[in-house]
Ligand binder design. Structure first.
Ligand SMILES: [Zn+2]
Length: 362
């Protein structure tokens, strides 16, 4: 019986459609084709392929569509790609969905959008002795809601299978303020949350700046999670959550996914300058983040994995003892060494996300 791992944050289609990566190919081949390219910092250093996911037992993930709208004269994070209109951003997400659908037709992926599909997929993976040919289940999410032109488009997105939304990404968005910016939700953000609540779309609080975060918690009454968010006490930066934010999430029965991006594991990391070698950033730092959430909660029912391993970085900005995403399966051993029991480890590796979805979709 295979042990399942659930990774709640991957940007698979962004990698396919913007990085031009054929994720159905072996990782060595994906890297080989990028040798000599200098357009992006993670060229030839990617750690995610569908085969590597299967090797690690990652049979379930939350996979994004992502397309920020970059308004003229408004702060742009250089490492995030963006579009000059909301219409272009919407169309980009539709291209990304087309890629997911094509992977489904190929038997590589399967979309999970309700409890029945979730149960069947879990059963399929847990009862198979060889998972190398199984489709990977993905729950469709949207990272930054700029591409939702108006609420009619939200409904269209829901009908495409969209089940979770993080209203903002980096900087000021159409609906909320994200990482490295400050500001509240405004009229747009509040109506988005209201409509999400009606459609029972999960609120992903990741990337909301502090003001928008607190306002979102007040205005949204449905199920919420933080798909990929680390702890500010360990790595001080606005991208991470302060203890009071984590506690507020715990009160709301949220699950928090730990990110594997070295910039969120090591204090003072400078993109493109600091290296894994000089800092010794490792999976032990991931475990430290997981443990921090467990200590705040007093148990293991809220900490989980949201690796973000294909979120615009590769080996140059990842734990040193991680060659590919398959190495997520090293985490259980590290947790065991820290004193975590078998059932705690299952909670963290997949059961917390499953329990959350069972409740949200039940
Ligand atoms: Zn992100």
């Amino acid at each position: 019986m295979a042990k399942l791992i659930f990774d709640a944050h991957l940007d698979l289609s962004m990698n396919a459609m913007e990085w031009n990566r054929d994720l159905s190919k072996p990782i060595a081949e994906i890297r080989e084709r990028e040798k000599g390219l200098t357009d992006l910092p993670d060229r030839a250093k990617g750690t995610v392929s569908l085969e590597e996911m299967r090797k690690g037992g990652i049979g379930l993930c939350v996979a994004t569509t992502i397309a920020p709208y970059k308004r003229p004269g408004i702060f742009n994070t250089p490492f995030v790609q963006g579009w000059n209109s909301q219409e272009q951003a919407w169309a980009q997400t539709q291209g990304q969905i087309a890629w997911y659908r094509t992977m489904e037709e190929k038997g590589e992926l399967v979309q999970i959008s309700n409890l029945k599909e979730l149960k069947a997929h879990q059963q399929l993976w847990e009862s198979s002795s060889d998972v190398s040919k199984l489709p990977i289940g993905y729950i469709l999410s949207l990272e930054g809601a700029d591409s939702i032109i108006n609420m009619k488009y939200l409904e269209k997105a829901y009908n495409n299978g969209l089940r979770a939304i993080g209203p903002a990404h980096y900087g000021p968005g159409v609906y909320a303020f994200g990482t490295d910016s400050t500001g509240g939700l405004g009229e747009n953000g509040r109506s988005l949350l209201k409509e999400m609540e009606r459609l029972e779309i999960i609120l992903d609080t990741t990337h909301l700046c502090d003001d928008s975060f607190w306002e979102a918690l007040e205005n949204y009454h449905g199920p919420l999670w933080a798909s990929h968010n680390n702890c500010r006490s360990l790595v001080p930066n606005n991208r991470q959550y302060a203890d009071e934010q984590i506690k507020a999430l715990l009160e709301r029965e949220a699950v928090i996914g730990t990110v594997f991006d070295a910039t969120m594991l090591i204090p003072g990391w400078e993109r493109g300058k600091t290296t894994p070698e000089e800092t010794g950033v490792g999976l032990k730092h991931v475990v430290q983040q997981i443990d921090y959430v467990c200590q705040l909660a007093g148990h293991s029912k809220h900490a989980a994995i949201g690796s973000d391993l294909d979120g615009g970085f590769g080996k140059e900005q990842a734990p040193i003892d991680l060659e590919t995403i398959a190495d997520l399966n090293k985490i259980p051993e590290l947790l065991k060494e820290k004193g975590y029991s078998e059932s705690d480890i299952d909670n963290i590796m997949y059961k917390n996300w499953l329990r959350f979805l069972e409740k949200a979709w039940g």
